[in-house]
Ligand binder design. Structure first.
Ligand code: GLU
Length: 353
């Protein structure tokens, strides 16, 4: 009996040393690559011209070999596109794969490499449909992989550090760029070319990275991931929602065309606090009468679009987007429309998510 216990202990010890040497005791992080500048190749080391979405996931992993000290890494190429070509079909593929991987007990977290142009949209979509509290982290780059001082490798390294950390559990889907950790609900690309382009303009960063470790300074209190009511497991196609961008002198042509083309919902990016002019107020009211829900959002970048300031939302049966930008409002409305067309119920969702 004593011999057996000693034998067992020795086996466990040898097993644990072997696992250690092979890195098997490390967190397991999947990198799902989708393209973008991080996978981009420039004409030279100094030129700003480049083609996004060329370099493969293996090359991205090789560009930051230090990630192997943080985690066991597995890479998958989901798509390889500039993120302006990201589509709802791609979102469904990514979301289903993320949910599949995170349901495996041995998967700690996921990093998604992505173009920065629509990164905040993919992150917000995932924030609403991922069914796990394990970390999901998007990362990208502002400089292509061939440029001097490319930012991609460090962003990937820091994204893996966040995805591998137990501190990141339950934080919702995050973006890691430029040493910052951003929540999917508030993150926004704010400058076309700068490295420090991503901000959380309404509520501030979730945290920072220091010495390869995430330091969280706040939580996002909106509903996300395991608390979300939205599920795309059996969904192949999402409702069609159009955004109409308001400006001085806009006529009702665009709302009318959206209605005629058979959209399922409209987000109006109004001026100021989401205000439509008179022509569009009437056109939007007509859309609602045709059974097409309308969400008033704002082209004004920061702050909430609130109910009942200059527009009587109850009278017109509009919902207001609160802190969601028009593009995030579109995503939330697409998911909301899978459940309801009731403006009050849609309003509840815009307040809660
Ligand atoms: N337009 C490209 C994209 O979004 C490049 C922008 C970037 O990744 O920084 O994929």
């Amino acid at each position: 009996m004593i011999m057996n216990k000693r034998f067992l202990f020795s086996c466990l010890l040898i097993g644990s040393i072997a696992a250690n040497l092979c890195g098997q005791d490390k967190p397991r992080v999947y990198i799902l690559a989708t393209g973008g500048t991080i996978a981009g190749i420039g004409a030279s080391e100094t030129s700003s011209g480049y083609i996004a979405g060329v370099v493969s996931v293996d090359k991205i992993i090789q560009s930051a070999p230090e990630i192997l000290q943080l985690a066991q890494i597995k890479g998958e190429q989901v798509v390889n596109i500039p993120s302006q070509d990201m589509s709802e079909a791609d979102w469904l593929i990514i979301a289903k794969r993320v949910n599949q991987l995170l349901s495996q007990a041995d998967v700690t977290g996921i990093v998604i490499t992505h173009g920065t142009d629509t990164m905040e949209e993919t992150a917000f979509f995932l924030n609403l449909v991922v069914k796990s509290d394990k970390p999901v982290v998007l990362a990208g780059a502002m400089r292509p992989s061939t440029e001097i001082s490319a930012d991609g490798p460090m962003n990937v390294y820091e994204a893996v550090a966040v995805a591998a950390s137990p501190l990141s559990i339950g934080k919702g889907v995050m973006i890691v760029m430029d040493d910052k950790i951003l929540s999917a609900d508030d993150a926004m690309k704010t400058m076309t070319t700068a490295l420090e382009t991503f901000k959380c303009p309404n509520f501030g960063f979730l945290g920072y990275l220091w010495d390869s470790k995430p330091i969280f300074t706040r939580n996002s209190l909106v509903k996300h991931t395991i608390h979300s009511e939205f599920d795309v497991a059996d969904v192949d196609i999402l409702p069609k929602v159009a955004i109409v961008y308001g400006y001085a002198g806009i006529d009702s042509l665009f709302v009318a065309t959206a209605v005629r083309k058979g959209v399922n919902g409209i987000v109006y990016a109004g001026v100021g606090n989401g205000n439509p002019n008179t022509a569009n107020l009437n056109a939007l009211a007509d859309a609602v009468k045709h059974g097409i829900p309308v969400v008033r959002s704002a082209r004004t970048p920061f702050g909430p679009t609130t109910q009942h300031d200059e527009v009587d939302d109850d009278k017109y049966r509009f919902s207001a987007s609160w802190f969601k930008t028009p593009e995030k409002s579109r995503i939330l409305l697409m998911l909301a429309l899978m459940k309801t067309k009731d403006y009050k119920e849609i309003q509840r969702m815009f307040v809660e998510y």
